[in-house]
Design a protein around this ligand. Sequence first.
Ligand code: PRP
Ligand code: URA
Length: 212
Amino acid sequence: MSEFKNVTVIDHPLVQHKLALLRDKNTGTKDFRTLLAELSTLMAYEVTRDLPLDEVNIETPIAPTKAHMLINCKVGVVPILRAGLGMTDGIMSLIPTAKMGHIGLFRDPETLRPVTYYCKLPADVEERDVIVVDPMLATGGSACEGIRKVKESGCKSVKLMCLVSVPEGIRAVQEMHPDVKIYTAAIDDHLNEHGYIVPGLGDAGDRIFGTM
Ligand code: PRP
Ligand code: URA
């Protein structure tokens, strides 16, 4: 947990090591994408820790036994475009049966408010445990709007997975969506005058897609 209620900081050494490499301004696009995918897999392991298991009867080569599987649980993964896309392969490699939705948002550079340009969610999203995914939680505007869209479609179980966050963004999400658990690898210091996380890692979308 962390000083914030409902916030889990994933401080596993592998996560922290890879995050340090990711933050480095000398890490190029190819390595950035690889590291982000690896980090997403590691984080997904923690985010899915409380998924409900069902008991099943199986036979090993030695004897019949009871075991546990994820049978009735349905997961939805919803990246916030663009940067959230950099995290989806890493998550889907762990949960290949998850359905994916997409929410297109960008931050107006002047107002820092989110502008929505796309939203397509799984038809049965209301039955799913949804993980909204975005590497950066800065002012929190994009995450709040993304989560609002998912809830508007009837979903009752939403988690937010973000790599780097700041207290301002966490507070914004907690105020608008107190039921949503937040998982992050780091809570950074503050936002600068342009709304960038300090120290952060720069513009996540640009670093993933090489559009700097
Ligand atoms: C980035 C990031 C988040 C948002 C975070 O997206 O991926 O979605 O900013 O900022 P906020 O918490 O202040 O809303 P951006 O608007 O740069 O769009 P992009 O992913 O398409 O580059
Ligand atoms: N979006 C980013 O990509 N990086 C930040 O630091 C803040 C918002």
